[in-house]
Design a protein around this ligand. Structure first.
Ligand code: PMP
Ligand code: GLN
Length: 381
């Protein structure tokens, strides 16, 4: 081929792959890509094995196994006083990434505008571009990453098709408050704008705060897709299992694409997850489980030259290194990996025009031993 006309000419390999590969090459502690380094509950693994032996090895129903959709709807409706119907308003997906891609592909037409907040998780923008949409970015500011809803209002035009929010927010660790959600609800009233609410860290929220799901706000729920990930919730990022919720009409449009995009997701895992979700303790215990890890990590690096605002949610902590060097964050993250054997994610890659605030993201979904070794290195820098 003389000329390959890629639809994503400018896009490079995702930073998660770049940093994880570099960590492996230099034998560094990998706090870059977000995944736990401890095992998932063997009870859940046993349920998958059981399902495979019982013969759940062929295609699942296209929207997902009914038992799984039913327990997802029941648990969601209990948590948020919502009314999702398992038959028509819940679809099981191959991770949240597939849900997000499918939602965007189903609704974003040529020249439609999609508002996103930067720093933004890296799969949103290329997906919008692939379908001819125009990304309308709004840059949030360190250290609190609060949203100025007046600014959001000023970006809404007759072409705005969708707005994407993410709470708890990757990479900043910030969360949207009830007041934020009410402001958004007011802003979208009387519009045809679809809300994509990426809530994959819904159960990882700290200091007694409550997750403000779009499902809790009728004016938002009526126009929202909510995406969720079992990878985050059950320490199984490699399983690539998730789901999305939306009102019936929106979900019908989603399934028109989903049936040709993946058709269905992994069948034995759906069986296992349906059983496992019968015990809500499995996810209700996550705030204290991860808050302990956040607090341990932060107490261990208290004496270092890095500065920080504790994460309100997610399993990521931002550390500011401005007192150490004025090097760019990508160069500094790579240097830390090569020379100090600790890998992180530079935040500028998620920012508007690569804005560099001298912050790195560290994943604390790790064993105590790993967090201790990581902190020791960070304190020596
Ligand atoms: N959204 C956000 C904000 C994420 O951090 C991730 C990463 N895991 C995803 C979506 C994708 O989730 P999944 O691994 O289930 O595809
Ligand atoms: N969500 C993970 C993170 O933010 C990465 C997922 C991926 O590697 N694409 O680190």
């Amino acid at each position: 081929m003389q000329h390959i006309n890629s639809k994503l000419q400018e896009v490079e390999t995702t930073i998660f792959t770049v940093m994880s590969n570099l960590a492996a090459k230099h034998n560094a502690i990998n706090l870059s890509q977000g995944f736990p380094n401890f095992e998932t509950d063997t009870g859940l693994i046993d349920l998958v094995t059981y399902a495979m032996k019982k013969g759940y090895n062929q295609y699942a129903p296209m929207p997902g196994l009914m038992a799984l959709r039913a327990i997802i709807a029941e648990n969601t409706n209990t948590l948020h006083a919502s009314a999702y119907h398992p038959e028509t308003e819940v679809t099981v997906t191959s991770g949240a990434t597939q849900a997000i891609f499918t939602i965007i592909s189903a609704f974003v037409h040529l020249d439609d505008e999609v508002i996103i907040f930067k720093p933004a998780y890296d799969c949103y923008e290329p997906s919008i571009q692939l379908f001819g949409g125009k990304v309308v970015p709004i840059q949030l500011s360190v250290p609190n990453f609060g949203v100025n809803w007046g600014e959001v209002a000023s970006k809404i035009t007759s072409k705005t098709r969708m707005i994407i929010i993410n709470t708890p927010h990757n990479p900043s660790g910030s969360v949207l408050s009830k007041e934020d959600m009410l402001q958004l609800e007011k802003l979208l009233k009387d519009t045809n704008i679809i809300l994509l609410s990426d809530e994959v860290y819904e159960h990882i929220i700290f200091d007694g705060q409550k997750h403000q799901s779009a499902a809790k706000f009728p004016g938002l729920a009526a126009r929202a897709f909510i995406t969720a990930s079992f990878g985050k919730t059950f320490h199984t990022t490699g399983w690539k299992m998730g789901y999305c919720l939306a009102p019936k009409d929106l979900m019908a449009a989603f399934r028109k694409v989903h049936q040709f995009n993946v058709f269905c997701s992994n069948h034995p895992m759906q069986y296992a997850l349906a059983e496992y979700l019968k015990n809500p303790d499995h996810y209700l215990s996550l705030p204290s489980f991860y808050q302990e890890k956040r607090d341990l990590f932060l107490s261990l690096i208290q004496g270092s030259r890095f500065t920080f605002t504790p994460a309100s949610g997610t399993y990521f902590q931002l550390l500011n290194y401005a007192t150490i060097t004025d090097e760019g964050d990508v160069a500094f993250a790579k240097k830390l990996t090569r020379e100090h054997k600790i890998a992180s994610i530079p935040i500028s890659v998620f920012n508007l025009n690569g804005q560099d605030d001298k912050v790195l993201r560290f994943c604390f979904a790790k064993t105590e031993d790993t967090l201790e070794r990581a902190a020791e290195i960070l304190c020596s820098i």
